[in-house]
Design a protein around this ligand. Sequence first.
Ligand code: DHB
Ligand code: FE
Length: 296
Amino acid sequence: MTNDFLQTPAVQTLLDRSAGIDQPGGDARLKAITRDLLEGLMATIIKHDITESEFWQAISFLQNGAQELGLIVPGVGLEHFMDLVMDERDAEAGRTGGTPRTIEGPLYVAGAPIVEGDANLTSDPDETGTLRMQGQVTGPDGEPVKDAILHVWHANSKGFYSHFDPTGEQTPFNNRRRIKLGDDGRYSFHSKMPNGYSVPPQGATDVLMQALGRHGNRPAHVHFFIEAPGYRTLTTQINFGDDPFARDDFAFGTRDGLLPVPERDGIDAGIVFDFSLQRATSHDEEEFSARARAEA
Ligand code: DHB
Ligand code: FE
């Protein structure tokens, strides 16, 4: 069978009816997207001669793995692809400069404590070393960004995030803060050293990665959102440049310009990292994306 089969009236009529193309109601954009998505899936089924059993195995995988979709999306590179798309749209609009964006990942929790000054992120005891990070947030002309809020979150020494920790050992908002910056745009914080992250063993993401001959590891990293009046909200993260997975991140979150090598001193480490924001061209750009996020 060839792809010509997709062009038969039986299939084309099915697609029109499935996507509601022949109905007056509904959302026109959604109809067009739904039709194309279904047609793309059908084309893949034909191209690879997918059997009925394989088809239903795939449906089961998605059904059972539904709670891990937020992990699978970065794992298969789609979240990074969205960054590449947004970068390209920016380039087409002549918008360049600033700290590169990179994936948010699925593990942000809204509502972290708001703190000022040299912030301590870690509330839980932990025998590992201390991470110190500091730097400045500036705008396109090098001006200090005023009244920024730096959202920061990272894993603990076992690679687990509070709120999502399978051991249930962490207190709420451990290693999560919103740091309110002053007029100079400077920030500094300290916390217990994060370790690299691995997807939950035997979970849907792990099963998929193994089936693809891949792994589910990320280097040690620290996530940020930076929001400030008049500036475009930045979603980014730094990944430790000396981590074994620094160049082999299963979630494709590591990017040039976001791989500082920590200054090591025994079990402690320090990172100096400056952020540069773009100016917002609309109020929307000062906001967060509409992504659903955990709250606590
Ligand atoms: C995943 C986990 C992370 O900590 C992250 O930053 C990005 C992705 C994941 O499990 O897919
Ligand atoms: Fe992460």
